[in-house]
Design a protein around this ligand. Structure first.
Ligand code: AMP
Length: 306
């Protein structure tokens, strides 16, 4: 997707320069952030517009990488100051992660303003930023057909009411299992999903890491296992890659019924599995659609009974 068409999918979120340590390797000052992973994943399926903020220290090579992936950068703001920095370390099992440093920098005063070319996009993904800013983005869209919202424990703890207000205006909510329990004060995921659906969205997608994901609607439950990998290097941004791939595939299909969402989950899942094979966007930068389609067929056959 390298043409100058207007975006069909708009994604807002964080852009970070990350330092990440796993038991085997440490990488310093690499490209990260929820919108970076999500737009990269979505770019394989549809024209995607990025809404985010960087400082004037942001490396030109990272911007060039997004451009090479065909991502529309009209919604990217560059401000005087330093780009958001984040640093984390993974424990031996690669499941638990500790945040070592969060430096908001220019992200602290982020006020997302959408270019005119983004406002009539039919698909919107509100990635992980403050709920008030997610609402501000949503309110600038003229005719959104399908809105997905993501969040994290920070916002559940400090902006719960606002978060619930925005969730009520979205078609689908995605969060991981611990966030679902925290937001609903419920241990059972079945009960948690029921409560979350009662707040307005038609779909709730609960992510369970390598164990896969659960899609709840009022009448149905769909379970998808993650694509099994023998090895991976860095799980950072896997949820954003999953959600970005899902929304890209949904926009490409131009269909928002439940079977279309199930198919889009398959694409989100395999795109995320590629992403974690290397740090940052390294693997996604070398990926092509044929590899994604081949892996999607493999996962589909692993999940089919007859
Ligand atoms: P995830 O693995 O889904 O938690 O996403 C990791 C990405 O989120 C990293 O690349 C970070 O740059 C970014 N990040 C970390 N902390 C925050 C925060 N408080 N707000 C927004 N983005 C963040």
């Amino acid at each position: 997707m390298k043409t100058k068409e207007t975006p069909c999918l708009v994604i807002v979120g964080s852009i970070g320069i990350d330092t990440i340590e796993t038991p085997r390797e440490k990488q310093i000052e690499i490209l990260g952030g929820s919108v970076s992973y999500a737009c990269a994943a979505a770019s394989f399926f549809t024209k995607t517009g990025m809404v985010g903020i960087v400082g004037n220290d942001f490396p030109a090579e990272y911007r060039a990488l997004w451009e090479q992936m065909g991502i529309d950068l009209a919604g990217l703001q560059t401000e005087e100051g330093k780009t958001f920095r984040w640093s984390g370390v993974y424990e031996e099992n690669m499941d638990n992660r500790r945040t070592l440093l969060t430096e908001l920098n220019v992200f602290e005063h982020f006020m997302p303003e959408l270019p005119d070319s983004y406002r009539s996009a039919p698909y919107l993904f509100l990635g992980n930023i403050a709920p008030a800013l997610q609402l501000h983005v949503l309110e600038q869209m003229t005719e959104p057909k399908f809105i997905l919202i993501d969040t994290m424990d920070l916002w559940i703890n400090i902006a719960r009411e606002k978060l619930i207000e925005v969730i009520g205006k979205c078609n689908m909510l995605t969060l991981n299992e611990s966030e679902a329990r925290l937001l609903t004060n419920t241990h059972s995921l079945m009960e948690a999903a029921k409560l979350l659906l009662s707040w307005g969205p038609q779909f709730v997608l609960i992510k369970k890491g390598a164990s896969g994901s659960m899609l709840f609607s009022r009448d149905n439950l769909f379970l998808l296992h993650a694509f099994p990998l023998a090895d991976f290097k860095d799980p950072t941004g896997a949820g954003d890659t999953f959600a970005g791939g899902l929304m890209g595939a949904l926009a490409e299909s131009n269909n928002t019924d439940e079977p279309a969402i199930r198919r889009a989950m398959l694409y989100g899942s395999v795109t995320a599995a590629f992403g974690v094979e290397e740090f940052s966007l390294a693997r996604l930068a070398r990926l092509d659609r044929a590899q994604i389609d081949a892996r999607a067929e493999q996962l589909k056959s692993m999940c089919t009974i007859s």
